[in-house]
Design a protein around this ligand. Sequence first.
Ligand SMILES: [Zn+2]
Length: 229
Amino acid sequence: MGLGAQSQIKSIVINSVAPNLYVYQTFNTYKEVEYSANSMFLVTKNGVVLFDVPWQKSQYQELIDIFEKRFHKPLIAVFVTHFHEDRAGDLSFYKNKNIPTFATEKTNEFLKKEGKAVSEFVIKTGKTYKYGDEKFVPQFFGEGHTPDNIFIWFPKYKIIDGGCLIKSTEAKDLGNLGDANVEAWPKTIKKIMQKYPDPKLIIPGHDDWKKLGHLQHTIQLLEKYDEAK
Ligand SMILES: [Zn+2]
């Protein structure tokens, strides 16, 4: 890769959504259109917990450096919400740095199939994970964007990190359906609405995340897709 290509990579964009919880965005192109990948990190007393890795591998180290510079904390854990490039990426990078990595058994099965590094630890969905004074719950409510897509619930802040299971209100279509289950997907979204009727904020996997209504919009896109079949 020449210098030209390198310089085209956009800088990481970081926004605070709660006292210790942040959305970070990295950028890449899919079918020649540029998208953001929206992911999160939680700053705890013990260090930073990362939810999904940057979309560009060249920015893995940059993000760790940001944690050191801005928060004076090390990265202490990486949780991934499904096996795709914009979520699990290449976990060997973190393993080589002795940073614990977490994925569900299902995600690891897919990673293995693709010849990629699996996580060191297995996520137990529905379990409350505690780091310092912060907590979160990885949840699996059913298939959708992929068979292994989980989301993260932050109980203290009432925020959901939806990953690619949730489409932005800005999204015009369902995106990459290569591994999707479009029949199960609306049911999965409705389960989230029932369990968490009043979230303060939901972060979709791509595009604008600041508005509300992502869950409803995801269902609308799925209905439109179903009618067009
Ligand atoms: Zn995605």
